[in-house]
Design a protein around this ligand. Structure first.
Ligand code: SAM
Length: 209
């Protein structure tokens, strides 16, 4: 099954399934961006809008992209702020409909594991960012992928559906940012409160253009 179709099918239960990675990402975003101020934010792979409400609070304008119509339908119902535009876009198709140097924050949350090659996406994000703008990345930590963790859900018939994924090592993220002409300013690892004694669940990186 394609990644897009998998997310269409996951969309109606994505927010209610038990999912510690989703919950930790939401918590991390509040910790990192609560109280910040941005002019224009790009949310790359917005899903059901789990983080869009927060971004709409801290930005004058949010442009949120996803290729799954099912996920976008949930997001549009959930987030109705007038400063958010949701748009269907396959992030692998470039250029994105964004003016060059127009955003001061671009964020990928739990998306890049579904994209094989990081370089074109990082280059495109860098094109969209103004000088001094931040590229924020939050991903399932590759240490978890080495152990076999992968985005998955149980469909209505009770069957487990695994969503196709690629493993990106920590060095790949760092190098993709460097090759896109950005400077790494932060790298963090995050644990859910139920992860005691386990490898980190999330990896976050921030690059400045
Ligand atoms: C695990 S969900 C994360 C959604 C949201 N960022 C969050 O943190 O809850 C991954 C999302 O990436 C989207 N996605 C995956 N590959 C994509 C692509 N090539 N273009 C656009 N969206 C994509 C999926 O449709 C899905 O909504």
């Amino acid at each position: 099954m394609s990644i897009e179709l998998s997310y269409d099918r996951w969309s109606t239960i994505y927010d209610t399934n038990r999912n510690r990675t989703r919950d930790l990402d939401a918590q991390m975003m509040r910790t990192r961006f609560g109280g910040s101020r941005f002019h224009r934010v790009l949310e790359l792979g917005c899903g059901t809008g789990k983080n869009t409400g927060l971004l709409a609070e801290v930005a004058e304008a949010v442009h949120a992209f996803d290729f799954s119509e099912g996920m976008l339908t949930q997001a549009r119902t959930r987030v109705t702020s007038g400063n958010v535009v949701f748009q269907r876009q396959d992030l692998s198709n470039m250029p994105w409909p964004v003016e060059s140097a127009s955003a001061d924050l671009a964020t990928f949350n739990l998306v890049l594991e579904h994209i094989e090659s990081l370089d074109p996406l990082f280059a495109e994000a860098a094109r969209c960012l103004a000088s001094g703008g931040v590229l924020h990345v939050s991903e399932l930590h590759p240490f978890r992928q080495y152990e076999g963790t992968q985005a998955r859900f149980e469909d209505a018939a009770g069957n487990e559906v695994k969503v196709a994924a690629f493993t990106h090592h920590v060095s790949e993220f760092v190098e993709a940012g460097r090759r896109a002409g950005m400077r790494l300013v932060q790298l963090k690892e995050w644990w859910h409160e139920e992860d005691v004694g386990r490898p980190p669940r999330l990896l976050t990186l921030e690059f400045v253009k």
